[in-house]
Design a protein around this ligand. Structure first.
Ligand SMILES: Nc1ncnc2c1ncn2[C@@H]1O[C@H](COP(=O)(O)OP(=O)(O)OP(=O)(O)O)[C@@H](O)[C@H]1O
Ligand SMILES: [Mg+2]
Length: 311
């Protein structure tokens, strides 16, 4: 997560187009907003457009605006997304869904850095930074002839990859804490070590969004401050097929096999290290005592699990 953040900070100030790639729920939109907020455009608008949700017939006028009387029902002159994002960032979400006709018009606008309202004559210069996102393989869409190669290169100047949560399990404990704090306003909930380990061993096909859902449910289920493994309900439909029936009770995956043993054990260790550090107010000597290990061992383990004081 830290590496990703550093990468975002590094590219925030450039005006080059950024393409964010990653599975559903991996945090693409959050990264786009972060990128915008840390750029020199941060005080200007961030306009998010879901390219898969606009009817093709309306697209041109939605993107570029229209003059009064440009088509039936165009009673007033209107600006489009480009004009709205002027000096700011235009976020093209699900960009692979753009129909071919719109791909051409978008390419033209990006090349000319100006747009013309539907029914209008005048070119209006626009200054926007383009950030796009997709959970599909855009280069594959290009190969299949579904996405224009020239537009692809325009969008893909810088690529930001959001790794799936299961490939960065070491983020799970800190992410869970952050999300719990956001969800529970007054309560200060904590995850038990077993619950953390369960989360670290889970595959999260729905990535961070699924983690959020699981934690929100757990928060509603947990009677007190500590969330136990039994309070975690993994999506039954998405659960690893092999664990169905084998140890899954009432939808809980508590100590169900199979699990990913190394990830589970790292999860337990990480949860306990973090708890000890917190309890010791980040006095590492004291935290080491709480864990019955030497300071040297604590340092080694913190480094191995990428835990640092700033967490
Ligand atoms: N690093 C993070 N810290 C806290 N919350 C996060 C983080 N990353 C993602 N989330 C949360 O996970 C959820 C999914 O994130 P986001 O909407 O950015 O994903 P996405 O990749 O755009 O998903 P989709 O492909 O489904 O549109 C959001 O509620 C977001 O706040
Ligand atoms: Mg999204």
């Amino acid at each position: 997560m830290r590496a990703l953040r550093e990468q975002i900070m590094r590219i925030a100030d450039s005006d080059a187009a950024v393409a964010i790639v990653g599975e559903s729920g991996s945090g693409k939109e959050l990264a786009a907003r972060d990128l915008h907020a840390h750029s020199r455009r941060g005080a200007h608008p961030f306009i998010a457009v879901n390219c898969g949700a606009i009817p093709e017939a309306l697209m041109e006028s939605e993107f570029f605006g229209h003059r009064r009387g440009a088509f039936t029902g165009a009673h007033e002159e209107r600006s489009g997304f480009f004009q709205a994002a002027h000096n700011g960032t235009l976020f093209l979400d699900e960009v692979a869904e753009l129909p071919p006709s719109m791909q051409v018009k978008l390419l033209r606008a990006l090349q000319e850095r100006s747009v013309r309202k539907l029914g209008g004559q005048r070119e209006e210069p626009v200054d926007v930074r383009i950030v796009s996102a997709t959970n599909r393989d855009l280069s594959d869409a290009v190969r299949r002839g579904e996405f224009r190669q020239d537009l692809y290169y325009r969008l893909q100047v810088i690529e930001l990859r959001m790794p799936p949560l299961r490939d960065r399990r070491e983020d799970i404990p800190l992410l869970s804490e952050t999300i719990l704090h956001r969800l529970a306003r007054s309560r200060q909930p904590e995850l038990s070590a077993d619950a953390t380990a369960q989360l670290c061993a889970y595959d999260f096909p729905g990535n961070v969004r699924e983690l959020e859902n699981i934690l929100e449910r757990a928060l509603a289920m947990a009677p007190d401050q500590t969330i136990e493994a039994a309070d975690l309900q993994f999506e039954p439909a998405l659960q690893r097929p092999a664990s169905a029936g084998a140890g899954v009770r009432d939808g809980h995956a508590s100590d169900a096999l199979p699990l990913h043993l190394p990830a589970y054990l790292r999860g337990v260790e990480q949860a306990l290290l973090r708890r000890a550090l917190r309890q010791a107010r980040f006095q590492r000597t004291q935290a080491a005592q709480l864990l019955g290990i030497s300071l040297r061992q604590l340092r080694y383990r913190m480094q191995r699990l990428s835990i640092d004081e700033y967490d």
